[in-house]
Design a protein around this ligand. Structure first.
Ligand code: GLN
Length: 495
C-alpha cells in the first residue's frame, strides 16, 4: 500500500529505513498495472528504468543519505508529457513529434533529480496542453478515477488522475489557463500554479509563453509546499524567471490563519455555477471564517473578458510557438512536392483539430488589419484584468473562489462544442492573465448525501481555489493547509 502515501509519509518511512525505495516504486508500478487499463493516465512508462533508479537511491540511503538536502529521495514522481527528461520520449500527446526523445533535462527535472526523486512515466494531456478534458490527446482519453465515465479535466488530466488513483506519489503539470488547478479540482487533489517567473520553464514545451507555468499535483498541501520548494528558483535559461529567493514553503504551514483577509469576487458567484459547487464553496468560506479569517466581498470588474482575452492571447502565442513543428527541425515529416507543400502536409497530418483551430485563430488575430482590433486590444484588457487583482490585494490577503463551475463532466459531453469546453476554465484563466499564484484543493463532494442506488449520481470531488499576490505562495499554502487539516476531504481516496 506504499503507493497510497504522501511524499512526507513515504520519506519518513524511507529515512527510518522501514521501507526501501524499490518497494515504494514497485508498489506504484503494481498500482499502474492494476488500474491504468481503466484510468489511462500513462502514455508510457519504463518499469525497469524506474526500478534501477530506485535501487540507486537505496544504495545512497544505505550509505547515509541526507533527506534534508534531498527531500524527495526515493519518491516516485510522474510527469506530464510536456516536460523534457533526457533520453525519455517527449510527445506533448501529439502525433507531430513522432518518436522524438529529449536530448536534455528540463530545469524542473534537474531539480527533481538533484532532490532524489525517482522519475517515471509520461502522463496523458490534451495535445500541446490545449484543452480541458484530455480528449484532445492524440493517444487516449484519461478517465476520472472517481467515475470512469467522466473526464479528469485537462490539459494535465493524466497528472491529476495518476495522483488521484495513487499510481504515483506526486506529479508535475503545466498551467496556461487552468491546466493544473482545473484537473486537480475535478480529481480531488491539490494543484498549484505558481507566480509567473517562480519556476523555470526551460525544457517545458511552450504553448503560450506569457502564461505558462509548471506546478505540482499532490495528495495534500504539505506535499505541494515541499514539491514547490524543490522546483522553484531563478534560472538564466528562462528569461522570464525572476531572481527572487525561494522561501522554505513548508515553514508557512503554521495552521494559524487568524486575521487573514479573504476576498470573495462577486463576479465569480453567478450564473452557470452548479448549486452543489456553490454550496461546497459557501460552506468552505464559513469554515475559513470559523478558523479566524475575515471575509469580504470584492469586485474584479473585468472578469467577463477573461475567456475572450485568453483565447486571443493564448492562440496568438501558440501560433508563433508551434511554427517550429515544420517537418525540418523535430518531427515526423510527411513529404510534399516542394518545401511549402511538405510543411503543409506535415502539419496537416501531425496536428489534431483543436491545435489547428488555435493556430488558425492565433494567426488571424495577429494578421495585419486584425492585430489592432483583437490582439492589441486583448493586451490592453489583460492589463485591466491584472490591475483588478492588484487593486483587490490592497484590501485582502487572498481571494477565494470555486475552481470550476461544475464537477467533472462526462467524456464526450463537451468535446463537440469548443465554446462549452473553453468555459470550463472560466474561474482559472484570470490568474494566468494576471501572472499571480493559484492553488486548488478539495472542499467537498457532489451528491455527498446520496445513498448509492442505481440511479444515483456519482460522488465527485469539488475544488476550492485560492488566488494570491505575486509571490504570495506562502499565504496560499498556509490558508490551504489550515483548511485541509480541519476538514476530512483530503483523506478520501478515489480507489
Ligand atoms: N483549458 C485551457 C486551454 O485549453 C487551458 C489549458 C492550459 O492551461 N494549458 O487553453
Amino acid at each position: 500500500m506504499l503507493h497510497r502515501l504522501t511524499i512526507h509519509e513515504l520519506t519518513s518511512l524511507l529515512a527510518r529505513r522501514e521501507v526501501s525505495a524499490r518497494e515504494a516504486m514497485q508498489s506504484c508500478l503494481d498500482q499502474v498495472a492494476r488500474v491504468d487499463g481503466d484510468i489511462r493516465a500513462f502514455i508510457s512508462h519504463n518499469p525497469a528504468d524506474a526500478l534501477a533508479q530506485a535501487d540507486a537511491v537505496d544504495k545512497l540511503i544505505s550509505s547515509g543519505a541526507d533527506f534534508a538536502r534531498q527531500p524527495l529521495l526515493g519518491v516516485p514522481i510522474a510527469l506530464k508529457d510536456v516536460l523534457a527528461v533526457k533520453d525519455h520520449p517527449l510527445n506533448c500527446c501529439s502525433k507531430i513529434l513522432g518518436n522524438f526523445t529529449s536530448p536534455y533535462d528540463a530545469a524542473v527535472v534537474e531539480k527533481l533529480k538533484a532532490a532524489g526523486a525517482v522519475i517515471f512515466g509520461r502522463l496523458n494531456m490534451d495535445e500541446f496542453a490545449m484543452g480541458s478534458s484530455t480528449e484532445n490527446s492524440a493517444f487516449q482519453t484519461t478517465r476520472n478515477p472517481w467515475d470512469i465515465t467522466r473526464i479528469p479535466g485537462g490539459s494535465s488530466g493524466g497528472s491529476a488522475a495518476a495522483v488521484a488513483a495513487d499510481e504515483c506519489i506526486a506529479s508535475l503539470g503545466s498551467d496556461t489557463g487552468g491546466s493544473i488547478r482545473q484537473p486537480a479540482a475535478l480529481c480531488g487533489c491539490v494543484g498549484m500554479k505558481p507566480t509567473y517567473g517562480r519556476v523555470s520553464r526551460y525544457g517545458l514545451v511552450a504553448f503560450a509563453s506569457s502564461l505558462d507555468q509548471i506546478g505540482p499535483f499532490t495528495k495534500d498541501v504539505r506535499d505541494a509546499a515541499s514539491l514547490l520548494e524543490v522546483i522553484s528558483g531563478h534560472d538564466r535559461r528562462d528569461a522570464t524567471s525572476i531572481p527572487q529567493p525561494v522561501p522554505a514553503y513548508t515553514k508557512a504551514l503554521t495552521g494559524d490563519i487568524k486575521g487573514l483577509r479573504l476576498g470573495l469576487p462577486k463576479e465569480y458567484m453567478v450564473g452557470g455555477l452548479d448549486p452543489q459547487v456553490k454550496a461546497a464553496v459557501d460552506a468552505a468560506v464559513k469554515h475559513l471564517q470559523s478558523l479566524g479569517a475575515s471575509v469580504q466581498e470584492i469586485s474584479l470588474p473585468h472578469t467577463d473578458y477573461d475567456v475572450a482575452v485568453y483565447y486571443i492571447i493564448a492562440t496568438a502565442e501558440a501560433s508563433a510557438n508551434l511554427a517550429r513543428f515544420d517537418g525540418v527541425r523535430y518531427c515526423a515529416r510527411v513529404d510534399g512536392a516542394d518545401p511549402l507543400a511538405m510543411y503543409g502536409s506535415t502539419r496537416g497530418a501531425g496536428f489534431g483539430a483543436e491545435v489547428k483551430r488555435r493556430i488558425i485563430l492565433g494567426t488571424y488575430v495577429l494578421s495585419s488589419g486584425y492585430y489592432d482590433a483583437y490582439y492589441l486590444r486583448a493586451q490592453k484588457v489583460r492589463t485591466l484584468i491584472r490591475q483588478d487583482f492588484l487593486k483587490a490585494f490592497e484590501q485582502v490577503d487572498a481571494i477565494v473562489t470555486p475552481t470550476t463551475p461544475t464537477p467533472a463532466f462526462k467524456a464526450g459531453e463537451k468535446s463537440g462544442d469548443p465554446l462549452q469546453m473553453y468555459l470550463s476554465d472560466i474561474f482559472t484563466i484570470g490568474c494566468n492573465l494576471a501572472g499571480i499564484p493559484g492553488l486548488s484543493l478539495p472542499c467537498g463532494f457532489s451528491n455527498a448525501s446520496q445513498l448509492s442506488t442505481q440511479n444515483s449520481q456519482p460522488r465527485l470531488p469539488i475544488g476550492l481555489q485560492f488566488l494570491g499576490k505575486p509571490f504570495g505562495e506562502e499565504t496560499l499554502l498556509r490558508l490551504a493547509h489550515a483548511y485541509e487539516q480541519s476538514t476530512p476531504w483530503h483523506k478520501e481516496r478515489a480507489l
